[in-house]
Design a protein around this ligand. Structure first.
Ligand code: SF4
Length: 199
């Protein structure tokens, strides 16, 4: 399924400028996504990433997130859910030895998207979405399947995406250079830190 096309269909049929709660994994990935979606949506970025380890790295990424929002000069708000790495350790405890892209990552996608859907419902957003599909190392099929399940569960529309299409990943790298953003060299958790695996 082409989730980029799915998103374009949704965008082409918009008659208003809906409120979007956009989960962001980091400032670099969100740079392109914000540039793209700001034209169509009123965006609030949700920074909920309990997977990030160690804590100092979490704050580096949070600060980069704030930096790109400021530098792009769009009217984008930011919500942060306080860092609690135990939330991640609980869901990953049986999957420490999984390879990247395996079950641990699915659980990691799920808790972040679930929190986004929950908050979108509570605060009356029209759509929820995540920047995660911009990375060529993240399984867009899985991300969108999770989004679809949560859309049904919470009754908030999920904005399908595959932001890596149309050179989204490349553009996020260009923007990170242009704005001199901090770029991490591992995905986020301690397991990915060991192997310096993909972002
Ligand atoms: S490798 Fe990345 S996506 Fe997978 S569990 Fe770790 S932080 Fe989450």
């Amino acid at each position: 399924m082409n989730y980029q096309l799915e998103m374009e269909n949704i965008i082409n049929n918009l008659s208003t400028r809906p409120k979007l709660l956009l989960h962001a994994c980091c400032g670099v990935c969100s740079s392109y996504v914000l540039e793209y979606l700001n034209e169509y949506f009123d965006i609030t970025v949700l920074f909920y990433n309990p997977n990030i380890y160690p804590k100092t790295e979490y704050y580096k990424r949070l600060n980069t997130q704030k930096e790109i929002i400021d530098k792009l000069k769009f009217n984008v708000k930011l919500l942060e859910i306080a860092y609690n790495h135990n939330n991640f350790l609980e869901i990953s405890k049986d999957y420490e030895n999984e390879i990247e892209g395996g079950k641990r990552c699915e659980e990691c996608f799920y808790i972040r998207l679930k929190q986004t859907a929950e908050l979108a419902k509570e605060k009356n957003y029209d759509y929820f979405c995540t920047t995660l599909s911009v990375s060529p190392y993240k399984n867009s099929e899985k991300l969108n399947e999770i989004g679809k399940i949560l859309e049904k569960e919470y009754g908030v529309k999920y904005l399908y995406s595959d932001f890596k299409k149309k050179n989204g990943y490349l553009r996020s790298l260009e923007l990170s250079k242009k704005y001199n953003l901090y770029r991490q060299d591992y995905c986020g958790c301690e397991f990915s830190l060991k192997t310096l695996s993909k972002i």
